[in-house]
Structures are given as C-alpha cells and as structure tokens.
Design a protein around this ligand. Structure first.
Ligand SMILES: Nc1ncnc2c1ncn2[C@@H]1O[C@H](COP(=O)(O)OP(=O)(O)OP(=O)(O)O)[C@@H](O)[C@H]1O
Ligand SMILES: O=P(O)(O)OC[C@H]1O[C@](O)(CO)[C@@H](O)[C@@H]1O
Ligand SMILES: [Mg+2]
Length: 474
C-alpha cells in the first residue's frame, strides 16, 4: 500500500486498484466504534442488506476486455454497521462556496435531515457566506424545521463567496467551535480548499471528518457521472433556445443567438443543443473555430440562411476566447479564476458587422443571455432526488469515520472519491468522442477542424491515460 496524506492506494489481483479515502483511524488509532443507530430505525430496519459491506468498491471502468486489467475502483458509499461518532457527540457544519447551482438548498436540507433523522444528530451549524464565513461571520443554527422548505428556492440559504480561503483561520474556527464533521459543498476550487482543510486537520490530529459534495453547473468535475444542477440547467436553457428559435423563425434571415454558461467546459451548451434539436450551430471552449473563409462560421451562417431562412446559434461563455484575446486583460475573480470576456456579445456584433459589409445579407440577430437564469433556480425533480443521495452518502461516510473524500456517482453507484482524484483535472467535452459527433450530425455545422488538427487532438488524448474517453459512454 502506498500511503501518503492524500493517496491511499491498494492493489489486488488482475490489475485491481482501490483508490481509497482516508479514515480517522489512519491518524487517530484506537477510536471506539458504536452500532449504527439505523439498526434501530423502523424506517430502515426492514431493508434487507441495508448496510454496505466494508469491502464493497465501485469500478471506474465498466467496459472491460477479457485480458485487460480490472482498473481503478473507489470505496462504495453508504451506511456501515458501525460508526465512529456517538450521535450526541456530533457537531456538524455545512458551507457552500463558489457560484450558484440548482439543488444547493436541497443538499443542505438533506444533510440536516439525514443527520437528524438517521443518526439523531441535532447540533448542526450553517457557515454564512462561504469559506470566509468560518472566521468573519456568525453561524446559523440549522434544524429540520428551519430547512423544511428550502429545496423549493434557488440559491443557497447559507450564502456563498469566492476567495477568502485562509486555511489556518478556518481550521482554528472549526477547532474553537468544537466542530467534528465539516460538509463542504462547492466546485473544483472549493474541493481544492477542502483538501487543504483536511490536511491541516490531520496535521493537528483532530477527530474531524471532512466531506466534500461536488457542485458545478458546468459539469466539469472529473470521475463522477454528472454534477447536480446540470440537468436542471439544461432543462431551463431549453426555454431560451425555444425563444431564440421562435424569434429567428418569425423574421427574414433571423438569427437567434443564445449564450449559456460553461467557462472551460461546454457540457451545458452541448446537452442543451442535443436536447433541443432546433440549434444549427453550437460553439464550445473545447472546439476551436474561425470566422472568415472556407469552412468558417460566416460561410456556414450564409449557407444556413440561404437554405432555411433562419438559424439558431448557441455559444458557451468560454468559447472562442482566443479570437478576442487581443482585447483580453488578465483579470481574475476573488478565487483566482480568469474573468472571461463576453464572447457571446462580441460574436453577435461581429456577425452583424460582417453581414452588413460587402457580404451584405440583411440579418436580424436576436441576442439572448439567460446565463444566470439557468442557475438561480431550484433543482428539478431528478436533481432533487440526486441531491438527496449525495447528502445522505456524505453523512453516512462522515459517521463511518471516513474523511478527506468527495462523494458522487461513478457509473451509477455512489462512491467516496479521494480529493486528489477530483482535483487533478477538469472534465471537458471530448471533441473526438461520439457525443460531439452526434452533435455535429444533428446541427450539420462544420467541425472547424482540419484532418491534421483531428490527428493532433487524438494524439493529445491518448497521452491523457484513457480517462479523457469517459464521455464515450453512450
Ligand atoms: N487551490 C485552492 N486552494 C484553496 N482554496 C481554494 C483554491 N481554489 C479555490 N479555493 C477557494 O474555494 C472557494 C470557491 O472557489 P471558486 O470561486 O473557484 O468556485 P468553485 O468551487 O470552483 O465553484 P464554481 O467554479 O462552480 O463556481 C473560494 O473561497 C476559494 O478561495
Ligand atoms: O459570475 P460568477 O458568480 O462569478 O459566476 C460565473 C461562473 O460560474 C460558473 O457558473 C461556474 O459555477 C461558470 O460557468 C461561470 O463562468
Ligand atoms: Mg470552479
């Protein structure tokens, strides 16, 4: 076993690898255990095999070959027979960081209700306004009653922020308040912050479990099947695309132009396009494009307008940033994320300018920017169920003494994933994958790539060890 502070790798027969998560007993030996209170809970006691076998693991790769290695596995999430906290001893806190996402309130609600109803825990604090709230604000007391209706509202009742991650101040606050379970809901930046909080807690030898719940509307967190809120955002984006289609179709040479979120990953734009079928061109950060000349965007727009009289374009906010780079200043937000220029607005102006020039076609372009409208809403039904499972899996993991983990579904089964696996890369649309090919075939747009570039993309992806192909699921 290789055992560093963040990596706990167990190897077995036939190429089996378990990338395990830390446990409190890794650095605090002889911790007492207690029977899981769920054993005495009438709602759960009737379930056959309710408890997860301690050795259950979830395979990352489910398409395998006869002689191929069994590959990476993660510890299966779920309740254990024994727990490492007594109910009365638990003092939990919940924090939400980064941008908003549909379902945040559902996760908060279900952590509170899960702790209370399943484990009899009643000391639960909300941290106000993201990481900086640990050391600069009062806490909010959370009870099943106070969170009862919050899943019907968008946003986060706890507030959120970017920046302000000061590890030692945060861990001082955890220690001073006697908190022993920390639930951290947020995106890639937040999970990196959670990893360093875990490391500092471990360095101080504290009996504090740190559980991450991945949140990102962009769906850019690797390993997990998808992030919560993504489904809701794609659904809400349909309203903007429908409006763009109606507007474009009602006027000669109408162009409906919709900007959606997606800083580095175009999943929202790709899935919204595939779901809608009214989109003629989808532009995402992963797929470079150009405007002028043969095979360029202007040529495609001209052809579409000639053939159909109207068209719909969807652009992810991070697409085409290279084209406006000359005017880019390197500004950052409080968390250090690069601030993007508004590619949607820029491109819609360029299109209008181009067609009013020598290539004169009198285009009628309607620009629709619903970016914040698709994330400042409550989760839909399927996201709400998903958020419940995430929250409960996190609670079961912390109660069972696991720490330094992020929870999420891997091939449909919830698992505990070490922070380093979540934090080492960003998930992106693979443009040499079948899903992007489906999109190209549904819109009929050009790929904007020469065959030389396709070969280069394939080569880069082969170097990236197979995980990059995870989208090739369907
Ligand atoms: N490398 C890091 N180490 C420690 N803390 C970090 C790191 N990166 C970001 N953070 C902290 O995590 C919090 C959220 O980060 P960020 O604003 O990047 O959002 P995010 O979690 O990535 O979510 P999203 O991108 O979906 O909005 C901030 O408080 C930030 O200070
Ligand atoms: O304006 P804000 O709140 O910083 O958030 C914008 C960013 O947040 C995200 O929605 C990720 O959460 C990105 O798609 C977007 O670039
Ligand atoms: Mg982020």
């Amino acid at each position: 076993m290789e055992n560093s502070i963040l990596q706990k790798v167990v190897k077995g027969d036939a190429g089996y690898v378990l990338e395990d998560v830390p446990h409190l007993t890794d650095y605090i030996p002889d911790l007492p255990t207690y029977p899981n209170p769920l054993r005495f809970n009438p709602a759960y006691s009737v379930v056959k095999q309710y408890f997860v076998n301690v050795d259950d693991t979830v395979a990352q790769k489910i398409v395998v070959h006869k002689d191929g290695p069994r590959g990476t596995h993660f510890r299966r999430a779920g309740p254990r027979q024994n727990v490492y906290f007594e109910s009365s001893e638990v003092h939990a806190c919940i924090v939400t960081c980064g941008g908003l996402c549909p379902g945040l309130n559902t996760v908060i609600r279900e952590i509170v209700c899960g702790l209370y109803n399943m484990y009899g825990v009643s000391k639960i604090l909300g941290i106000d306004g993201g990481y900086r709230g640990f050391y600069s604000k009062n806490t909010i007391s959370l009870t099943p009653k106070s969170v009862n209706d919050i899943h019907k509202r968008g946003g986060t009742i706890l507030g959120t922020s970017r920046g302000g991650h000061e590890t030692s101040k945060i861990v001082d606050s955890i220690q001073d308040r006697g908190i022993n379970q920390v639930y951290i809901i947020g995106g890639d930046g937040t999970q990196k912050g959670a990893a360093v909080i875990y490391e500092e807690i471990r360095r101080r030898g504290l009996k504090v479990a740190v559980a991450g719940i991945p949140k990102t509307i962009d769906n850019d967190i690797p390993v997990i099947d998808r992030s919560f809120g993504f489904d809701t955002a794609v659904e809400e984006a349909q309203r903007a695309i429908n409006a763009a289609h109606v507007e474009a179709g009602s006027i000669e040479n109408g162009i409906g132009f919709v900007k959606l979120m997606g800083r580095y990953s175009g999943f929202i734009a790709m899935h919204s396009t595939l779901a809608s079928r009214d989109v003629d061109c989808c532009l995402i950060p992963e797929s470079p494009f150009f405007l002028e000349g043969k095979g360029g965007l202007y040529e495609y727009i001209e052809k579409s307008l000639k053939e159909n009289g109207h068209m719909v374009i969807v652009i992810a906010e991070g697409a085409g940033q290279d084209l406006l780079s000359e005017s880019l200043q390197s500004q950052q937000d409080a968390s250090g994320n690069k601030l993007l220029k508004d590619a949607g607005l820029w491109l819609s102006e360029k299109i209008k300018e181009h067609f009013s020039g020598p290539h004169k076609i009198c285009v009628n372009l309607k620009y629709i920017d619903p970016t914040y409208m698709i994330r400042a809403i409550p989760g839909n039904a399927s996201d709400n169920v998903y958020c419940t499972l995430l929250a409960q899996s996190a609670v079961h993991g912390a109660m069972a003494g696991y720490t330094g983990f992020t929870v999420g579904p891997v091939n449909g089964r919830h698992a505990y994933i070490p922070f380093n696996r979540i934090n080492e890369s960003q998930r992106q649309v693979v443009i040499t994958d079948r899903m992007w090919a489906r999109l190209l075939s549904s819109t009929n747009q050009p790929s904007f790539l020469s065959s030389k570039e396709v070969t280069e993309f394939e080569h880069q992806e082969q170097l990236l060890d197979g995980e990059i192909f995870e989208d090739n699921k369907f």
